[in-house]
Design a binder for this molecule. Structure first.
Ligand code: FBP
Length: 338
C-alpha cells in the first residue's frame, strides 16, 4: 500500500465531498497540537512534566502538570487556527471563546486534553479525545447551550493514544480510520482504513473493584462472564483494564472486546464516571462507525440530548453482541421492576 499521509487522506475526503475545507483544516490543527503533546508526554521526568500541577479542574480533580500543558497546547493551537467559533475542554468550567485578534470559524470543538491522567506518572498510555460539532447559524459568541447537541450531530470525532507508538483514530461518519505518527517524517500516516470491530468477543474491560457497588443486571452480566464455559454463557472470557479509556478503547478498535464503566452506588448521584461530551460521544461515534455499539446500558449514547457540558453517563461500548447482551439485561431488569 502506497503510504498515505493524514493531509492526503483529508484532501481525498474533501474531493469526495465527504468533508468541507474548514473541517479538514481544523483536523490538521488538532493533529498538529497532538504531536506537540506527544513530545511533552514522551519527555517524562526529564521534562519536569510529571506530578501534580497543584490545581483542581472543574470536576474537582487534582490536575496533573500534563493535563494543564495539554489543555494549553490545544487551546492555543485552535484559537490561532481560525476554524472555530469556540471550544470546550474537560478541564474548564465554561466554553472558551476565540480571542478577537484571531479569525473565527463555524465549528465547535470539545476535547479531553489528556485522558487517563491517573496513569501519567506510571508511564502507561494516555490520550487526547476530541469531538467536532457545527456552530448553530447566526451564533457568533457560542454559549453552553450551543454545545448541547446529541452525539448524532458530531461532524468528526477522534482520539490520539500516546503509547509505544502515537496513533490517531478518526471518523467523519464514513468509517473509522487509524493513522500512525511517523516520528522521522513528523506526519501521521494511514495505517488502517475502514476498521471493523468483530461483533463477537471473549474479552471484557471493567474496573472489578467496583463490583459490590454495581446494579443487579451488571452483577448478573459480569457474573456470567466469570462463570465461563461452566456457566450460562458456555464460553470463557478474559479481562483487561488499563484505566485509560483511550487505551482500553483502542484495544477494542484493534482486536474487539467490550468496555464498561457502569453506573454504581458510589457515582449514582453524578450519573456516571465518564463525561458524555468529551469521552462517551466521541468514542461512541468512532466505535459505531467501526461496526460496534455504544449504550448507557439503557439507551444509545449518540441519541442522548445533553443536559450539561460536564454531564456524566454510564458507558457500555465495543463488540456489538456483548453490548447488546449487557443492555438487554438492564432493560429486562427495569421492566421486571417497573
Ligand atoms: P480522565 O483521566 O480524563 O479523568 O478520565 C477518566 C478515566 O481515567 C478514564 O480514562 C478511565 O477509563 C477511567 O477514568 C478509570 O477509572 P478508574 O480509576 O475508576 O478505574
Amino acid at each position: 500500500m502506497k503510504p498515505v499521509s493524514l493531509i492526503q487522506f483529508l484532501i481525498e475526503e474533501r474531493r469526495a465531498g465527504r468533508i468541507n475545507a474548514e473541517l479538514s483544516l481544523l483536523i490538521e490543527v488538532v493533529a498538529r497540537a497532538c504531536k506537540r503533546i506527544a513530545v511533552a508526554t514522551s519527555k517524562g521526568a526529564l521534562g519536569g512534566v510529571l506530578g501534580n500541577a497543584g490545581s483542581d479542574n472543574v470536576q474537582g480533580e487534582a490536575q496533573k502538570k500534563l493535563d494543564v500543558i495539554s489543555n494549553e497546547i490545544l487551546l492555543e493551537a485552535n484559537a490561532w487556527g481560525g476554524h472555530l467559533a469556540a471550544c470546550a475542554s474537560e478541564e474548564m468550567e465554561d466554553p472558551q471563546p476565540i480571542p478577537d485578534m484571531y479569525p473565527k470559524g463555524n465549528h465547535l470543538l470539545l476535547f479531553d486534553p489528556l485522558d487517563g491522567s491517573s496513569n501519567i506518572d506510571v508511564n502507561i498510555s494516555v490520550g487526547t479525545i476530541f469531538s467536532v460539532l457545527r456552530c448553530p447559524e447566526h451564533v457568533t459568541e457560542p454559549k453552553v447551550e450551543d454545545f448541547l447537541q446529541p452525539g448524532t450531530q458530531q461532524l468528526a470525532a477522534g482520539y490520539v493514544v500516546y503509547g509505544p507508538a502515537t496513533l490517531l483514530v478518526l471518523t467523519f461518519g464514513h468509517g473509522t480510520h487509524e493513522f500512525t505518527l511517523d516520528r522521522e517524517v513528523g506526519s501521521f500516516m494511514l495505517s488502517r482504513r475502514d476498521i471493523r470491530i468483530p461483533a463477537e468477543t471473549a474479552e471484557f474491560a471493567i474496573n472489578m473493584s467496583n463490583q459490590r457497588h454495581w446494579e443487579a443486571p451488571m452483577q448478573r452480566y459480569v457474573g456470567e462472564l466469570l462463570a465461563g464455559k461452566e456457566g450460562p454463557r458456555a464460553k470463557d472470557f478474559n479481562m483487561r483494564w488499563v484505566a485509560s479509556m483511550v487505551a482500553d478503547v483502542h484495544r477494542i478498535v484493534t482486536r474487539g472486546g467490550v468496555f464498561f464503566y457502569p453506573l454504581d452506588a458510589k457515582i449514582k448521584a453524578k450519573g456516571g464516571k465518564l463525561r458524555l461530551m468529551y469521552e462517551a460521544n466521541p468514542m461512541a461515534f468512532i466505535v459505531e462507525q467501526a461496526g460496534g455499539a455504544a449504550t448507557t446500558g439503557r439507551e444509545r449514547i449518540l441519541e442522548i440530548q445533553p443536559a450539561g457540558l460536564h454531564q456524566r453517563v454510564p458507558v457500555f461500548l465495543g463488540s456489538r453482541a456483548e453490548v447488546e447482551v449487557a443492555t438487554r439485561y438492564h432493560r429486562e431488569a427495569d421492566v421486571a421492576h417497573a
